[in-house]
Design a protein around this ligand. Structure first.
Ligand SMILES: Cc1cc2nc3c(=O)[nH]c(=O)nc-3n(C[C@H](O)[C@H](O)[C@H](O)COP(=O)(O)OP(=O)(O)OC[C@H]3O[C@@H](n4cnc5c(N)ncnc54)[C@H](O)[C@@H]3O)c2cc1C
Length: 461
């Protein structure tokens, strides 16, 4: 059996023993059967049980609760949605975009409410996000982002900062300005997912671990198939396996698994923190295509995350992709570029995991009463609070209850499938390489590569 603590610092420090719960060893029947012990599956179970305490709900998890992205992420519990406000407005109109953004804000507060009610200590800290313009070329990007929020009437939560103001918050090199967003928190992701699992058990759910779902069927007799037996569901099946869903042949092209990787420093000294500032513990980012996200952990370390690990042919997900020497070396170098006073700092942990990217970048939550199959997926790298919203939407759809959330643009929709191989591999590898080249050129003041417009076009379509 794997040493699950090795998969991330968050699982290692989750505060429990990570001993697997019993597997499903014979066929059983419940009302709702859920594939996946990450936030999506667990939030859905939580809201179903809160609404209907007598419901028989079971979760089936291939490894242990929190094994996937939910136990490995950057700890941003943010109101950011995977699609920008500008794109949301273009696709769904102003009112729908605004409602979705407000629902995301509410999700951050709902997670705080849940942790308080269930007495789960996740080090919840509402410090906001500071999106830095690192390099003058990033200034138009943060201004454009601000304009998008302004058009939705949300500007009171966002504040454009001068370079000086931003540097007073955190002493990072090359800062030309920043966009501050107040409605964001950071959490200990491992404690959240493990605590959420214990909470749903207290509310009556059963969790089977070390049990792989090999197939599923909807219709007259909805069921999850596992090596130990079938889990039949009288009311609904929920498919909540995010990137890992692509391992099921029926869902192989539903998402693209893209690896996000993290490096974590040792705890910084008081002296180092006094040079850096960052007293308010905002979540930090810049506006790179290759994405960088930073968290100041509750125990005083810097977590630095980034994309960039190459896509593997056939959407392969394997443990050996959790660590990619070249990308992790780039991340470690970038930490010192951002914070030169940390030259020589030790990195105690590196890890990573797959995020699930839909073909149109838009998360989808749906339940079909005819097949009785429900799903919520496609958060890319923004799932900590989006899964909470998705769980509430899905629980409402399954219960047939109107809450208003079912009219949000992520509900009752499905993204198109990704291309078949080898086209998928060719396009994704090309885009990954192009984005890295665009970032490098911008950073070094070189002209943008000639093919930038192709990568940018593909990135939007
Ligand atoms: C490195 C990294 C950093 C990230 N940083 C952030 C961040 O800072 N903020 C943010 O908002 N989001 C972040 N994300 C994304 C976020 O973590 C995810 O969107 C979210 O956790 C998805 O939750 P989930 O429950 O849908 O999927 P997961 O947490 O991946 O859970 C799916 C579960 O289903 C199980 N499963 C899958 N298939 C089967 C099967 N056939 N049988 C049984 N079980 C199965 C898996 O083992 C897994 O435990 C990050 C992700 C990664 C990988």
């Amino acid at each position: 059996m794997p040493d699950y603590g090795k998969y991330s610092f968050w699982l290692e420090t989750a505060g429990d023993q990570l001993r697997p719960r019993p597997a499903l060893f014979q066929s059983a029947e419940v009302d709702v059967a859920i594939l996946g012990g990450g936030y999506t599956g667990l939030w859905t179970a939580y809201y179903l049980l809160r609404e209907n305490p007598g419901l028989r709900v079971a979760v089936v998890e291939k490894e242990i609760v929190g094994f996937g992205a939910s136990g490995r992420n950057g700890g941003w519990c943010s109101s950011k949605f995977p699609v920008t406000p500008r794109m949301l407005e273009q696709r769904f109109g102003r009112d729908a975009a605004r409602s979705l953004m407000l629902a995301m804000n509410a999700s951050v507060d709902e997670i705080a409410r849940f942790c308080q009610d269930e007495q789960i200590d996740v080090s919840f800290h509402k410090g906001g996000i500071l999106a830095l313009a690192r390099g003058a070329y990033q200034l138009p990007l943060i201004r454009k982002a601000y304009a998008g929020y302004e058009r939705l009437g949300l500007s009171s939560q966002y504040h454009l900062m001068s370079a000086e103001e931003a540097r007073q918050r955190v002493n990072v090199t090359e800062v030309h300005g920043a966009l501050y967003a107040s409605e964001n928190a950071s959490v200990h992701p491992g404690r959240l997912v493990r605590g959420l699992a214990r909470a749903i058990e207290r509310h009556g759910a059963v969790i089977y671990e070390r049990t792989e779902v090999t197939d599923f069927a909807g219709g007259a007799a909805p069921r999850l198939l596992t090596p130990g037996g079938e889990l039949r569901a009288k009311k609904a099946l929920v498919l909540a396996g995010e990137a890992y869903l692509t391992r099921l042949s029926k869902l192989h092209r539903a998402l693209l698994p893209v690896y996000s990787l993290i490096a974590l420093t040792e705890p910084l000294t008081e002296r180092q923190w006094s040079q850096i500032g960052w007293q308010n513990r905002e979540s930090l980012a810049s506006s790179n295509y290759t994405v960088d996200y930073l968290t100041r952990t509750p125990d005083g370390r810097i977590l630095f995350g980034s994309r960039g690990a190459p896509y593997r042919f056939g959407s392969k997900i394997t443990d050996d992709q959790d660590r990619h020497a070249e990308t992790h070396a780039r991340i470690r170098r970038t930490v010192v570029e951002w914070f030169p006073m940390l030259e020589g700092i030790k990195f105690t942990h590196t890890w990573g995991g797959p995020v699930g990217m839909p073909r149109d970048w838009m998360p989808a939550v749906a339940f079909d009463p005819a097949t009785r199959i429900g799903f919520a997926r496609g958060y890319t790298g923004q799932g900590v609070s989006t899964t909470n919203l998705a769980g509430r939407v899905l629980a409402g759809l399954i219960a047939g209850r109107r809450s208003g959330l079912e009219t949000l643009p992520l509900a009752q929709r499905q993204s198109p499938d990704w291309e078949r191989e080898p086209l998928r591999w060719i396009v994704v590898r090309y885009m990954q390489d192009a984005f890295l080249r665009i970032d490098t050129a911008a950073k070094t003041g070189q002209p943008s590569p000639k093919d930038s417009f192709i990568a940018e076009f593909l990135g939007k379509h």
